[in-house]
Design a binder for this molecule. Structure first.
Ligand SMILES: [Mg+2]
Length: 201
């Protein structure tokens, strides 16, 4: 059985923001360096464990990086084509990110993108918890089995798996090793157009 055959007709798409809808712009290692945390450490989880004053200082550094990246963001390859296709198909779409509402607002305003739901780190526990993805799907009124989730990182793969949502990983991050099975990796977001069409035939 092919992957497309296993997939129920897709009736909603949820995206990660950084490195998925946007071309990669946030230098996470620079953030870790500026804050003074270990290379490779999960940023939000490490900051959550800091004493209050230190945590505030660290979040200010993180937010400065995130806001700059959102203000200068570029759409990732194929994003415009995919979003236009979703518009034509009148398909609900959402965004789930470990980033802030403020960054998402700046991104949405810059690129004039329509999103039916946005779940940020202010709204729910961060990915890889499945909670933000499940929350987005509930708001979209799309079941996990009829949805696809698109990310660019192992965190996204784990989130999708925990939520029971078919997850595709776009290869925009040269420094991050491929994660997930081959058939769930895509080179550009517009590769999903064919997959969605096939699922609905
Ligand atoms: Mg990402």
């Amino acid at each position: 059985m092919t992957d497309a055959a296993r997939q129920q007709p897709v009736s909603g798409v949820v995206f990660d923001l950084d490195g998925t809808l946007t071309a990669p712009a946030i230098d996470f290692d620079a953030i870790r360096r500026d804050i003074g945390i270990e290379r490779g450490a999960p940023i939000l989880e490490t900051l959550a464990a800091l004493p209050t004053d230190e945590r505030r200082r660290a979040f200010r550094i993180l937010e400065k990086h995130e806001e700059k990246a959102a203000a200068e963001s570029r759409l990732s390859p194929g994003a415009e084509e995919l979003l236009a296709f979703l518009d034509r198909a009148r398909m609900p779409r959402g965004l789930v990110t470990r980033n802030t509402r403020r960054s998402v607002d700046a991104f949405v305003a810059r690129h004039r993108i329509n999103l039916d739901v946005v779940v940020t780190r202010e709204d729910a526990p961060p990915k890889p918890s499945p909670a933000p993805l499940l929350h987005a799907l509930e708001r979209l009124d799309v079941s996990p089995a009829e949805a696809i989730y698109v990310g660019d990182h192992e965190i996204d793969r784990l989130t999708g798996e925990a939520a029971g949502v078919t997850t595709y990983i776009v290869r925009t991050h040269p420094e991050i090793k491929d994660c997930g099975p081959d058939e769930r990796r895509i080179d550009r977001l517009s590769d999903l157009i064919g997959l969605i069409r096939t699922s609905r035939e």
